[in-house]
Write a protein that binds this ligand. Sequence first.
Ligand SMILES: Cc1cc2nc3c(=O)[nH]c(=O)nc-3n(C[C@H](O)[C@H](O)[C@H](O)COP(=O)(O)OP(=O)(O)OC[C@H]3O[C@@H](n4cnc5c(N)ncnc54)[C@H](O)[C@@H]3O)c2cc1C
Length: 387
Amino acid sequence: MKAAPICAAHRSPWMTGELELFREQARRFVEKEVLPHDPRWQKQHHVDREIWDKAGRAGLLLPDVPEAYGGGGGNFAHTAVFTEELGLAGIWSFNNAVHLICAHYILNHGTEEQKRRFLPRLASGELVGAIAMTEPGAGSDLQAIRTRALRDGEDYVLNGSKIFITNGYLADLVVVVAKTDPSQRAKGISLLLVETRESPGFRAGHPLDKIGQHGQDTCELFFENVRVPAANLIGGGEGRGFFQLMADLPYERMLVAISSLAMIERALDLTVRYTRERMAFGKPLLEQQNSRFKLAEVRTTAAVGRSFLDQCVQRMMEGTLDAAAASMAKWWLSERACEAIDECLQLFGGYGYMAEFPIARMYTDARVLRIFAGANEIMKELIARTL
Ligand SMILES: Cc1cc2nc3c(=O)[nH]c(=O)nc-3n(C[C@H](O)[C@H](O)[C@H](O)COP(=O)(O)OP(=O)(O)OC[C@H]3O[C@@H](n4cnc5c(N)ncnc54)[C@H](O)[C@@H]3O)c2cc1C
């Protein structure tokens, strides 16, 4: 399924001719290299490793990282465009969001040596990135994590476990959130770069069995006396991790917001097509007043959401997007996506409940948007703090 034609008439104010070309390239890549393999990836619960190399060669993995570090040299709009194209195609197996997030911790907070050592390899796909914050006993309350990294000579010794880690099965480089001072909450947290292939004591579990996003390798990670060189402490100073996370979480939340809107647009497109064809009581479903009203509501949600999202993308590009606005975009659009997909699924009747229908898969794929990258209740807390 190509980009949603119903909403395609909208041109975001931040779009340029160069970005249109990038969108075309991204769309072709998704059609040729991703979509044909997606059903198989969903069955095996992870993508093929080669897709990362292919996306790296196509310059799609780190579009908003400077060329000096191997990236595409673009800005946040490039990332927004690729994220939209994956969302409009209904793809959740191959997704570079978490890979980008990992790279951005290095770009924004790493030492020059760390940037040169890791970013070009993340850009080419030689390394697959992940970010490991959540633990079995601590998700929303990040300051309560128990994974420890204690200094021993030139290394840190890492012990603990993480859960629900996207890209966990294939990851070569994991930004691990750990306590370098377990006696402290926020001030005891640091971010460490763990090279999984060179780390005895590291183990990734099998991809977890989720209700949706089946092609995405979401895993548990285990660290047992893993020695991490002190040179892999992001930024080089202990205790800065929580503040680094707070600075970069808006980026992650914007990616969820962009995916959410793309899903609303895709659901609308799929459902308009279906209800045009499906006959009931002698006329197409789209001519029944309820179908028209429901789809008019979804169309309105997409238009209103697009307007706010465009504003946020613009502010991301300018570096002025605050944490509260990113939280607003994340919670509002992810809630609207789940509602819109639910309403659309209803118009498919029994077919909407059949796994082979894309709308059914969207229903389960979308649900986690309200939970990950910070649960929506946490988003509202962050917004409420600004009142
Ligand atoms: C598919 C998937 C992929 C993920 N990928 C990653 C990843 O790559 N890296 C990573 O680190 N994590 C990842 N996560 C973890 C995700 O970020 C956490 O699940 C999320 O932050 C919630 O944490 P929790 O599951 O521990 O829920 P809890 O913290 O136990 O919270 C449960 C619920 O309680 C409510 N709640 C919690 N705190 C408050 C509060 N203060 N006020 C009001 N209500 C509250 C919310 O409704 C919340 O959903 C992923 C999760 C999933 C399901």
